[in-house]
Design a protein around this ligand. Structure first.
Ligand code: APR
Length: 307
């Protein structure tokens, strides 16, 4: 295997991510799940599609962490999803136990890997992974703002009837109800969003973006979003593998940046072959700064629950 990515959790997000990785041809996949037969079934199903799609990538499903050895990147999607009406914070205790177990295995079997965490509540689970693996802060990051930003762009482009590519934005803070859509960094064809969209409409779209995960959860009935979360991880993986040094919002460990210390929170970072190459400090408006600090407070409360 020249390039191997381990995906822990063969559920909706993990399996869809495995599909994206295989079918784009960027790497082979090891899919790990305690529900071994389910994972093997999904791997067989993905392999059966390969001759039609014309790729030579392989996937191995397993419940044995020996198989993650030599993986360049490991993505943690193992965990429970939110049920309707459940907040991400409700998940803390259950998912913390799972993420701790997974992280101990990563530390032992793949000590040189980069880790991308997807399991919610995201910022707390990424912090837990960082502490449990003992890896450098560059090598542990969480998937958050890439997805939230994409959701915001989609809703704005749809409202304004403009190409998605004409909208730029930045979403920082917690990957949760207190996320901060930085309007000072949101533009449409280079124009400030406030100059192209009425305040009330903009507020509604910001709110819908924050609630988008929950909106999808309640439409599904069971399970939570997976097409867009897996796409966000895919985007982060390609930035690492191709060493693009692209700036994107990820959950990163802060040591004084944005006035915060010893926590993971969504901020813009340059992503390249080393993982988080550096945190990018952008100017925020006074309102955005205080919303960001409020968001940090929410993450700290969920950290208290796992400490
Ligand atoms: N080790 C390995 N796999 C596990 C473990 C464990 N200890 N515990 C649970 N799993 C597996 C389950 O067997 C299941 O296949 O994790 C998978 C989770 O899949 P889904 O329930 O389909 O959840 P998914 O939609 O993929 O979301 C995973 O990502 O977006 C977040 O909030 C979401 O925390 C959730 C995670």
């Amino acid at each position: 295997m020249d390039r191997k990515i381990a995906v822990i959790g063969a559920g909706a997000v993990g399996a869809t991510l495995a599909q994206r990785i295989l079918e784009s041809g960027i790497a082979d996949v090891v899919l790990v799940d305690i529900a071994k037969n389910m994972a093997i079934g999904k791997a067989f199903d993905l392999l059966d599609a390969a001759p039609m799609l014309g790729h030579e990538r392989t996937i191995k499903a397993t419940d044995n962490y020996e198989d993650i050895r030599s993986s360049r990147i490991i993505v943690i999607t193992a965990g429970l999803t939110r049920k309707p009406g459940m907040t991400r914070e409700d998940l803390v205790a259950k998912n913390a136990a799972i993420v701790r177990e997974v992280s101990n295995n990563i530390k032992e079997k793949a000590p040189d890997a980069l880790v991308i965490v997807v399991t919610n509540p995201l910022d707390a689970m990424t912090y837990l992974t960082y502490k449990t693996t003992g890896f450098t802060k560059q090598r542990v990051m969480g998937m958050a703002g890439v997805l939230d930003g994409s959701r915001f762009i989609e809703l704005l482009a749809d409202e304004l009837k403009v190409p998605r590519s004409s909208v730029k934005t930045l979403i920082l803070g917690s990957h949760g109800d207190t996320m901060v859509a930085a309007l000072s960094h949101t533009t449409v064809n280079g124009k400030r969003i406030q100059d192209v969209l009425a305040k009330d409409k903009l507020e509604k779209i910001v709110k819908r973006t924050c609630d988008r995960g929950a909106e999808i959860v309640s439409l599904f009935g069971t399970g939570s979003a997976y097409y867009s979360p897996s796409a966000a991880v895919y985007k982060m993986i390609t930035a690492i593998l191709d060493d693009t040094k692209e700036t994107m919002a990820v959950s990163a460990y802060l040591e004084g940046e944005y006035g915060l210390k010893d926590m993971y929170i969504g901020v813009p970072c340059r992503i390249g072959k080393n993982g988080i190459e550096n945190v990018v400090e952008v100017d925020l408006s006074t309102d955005e700064k205080s919303a960001f600090l409020k968001s940090a407070q929410a993450i700290k409360s969920s950290l208290e629950l796992i400490k």
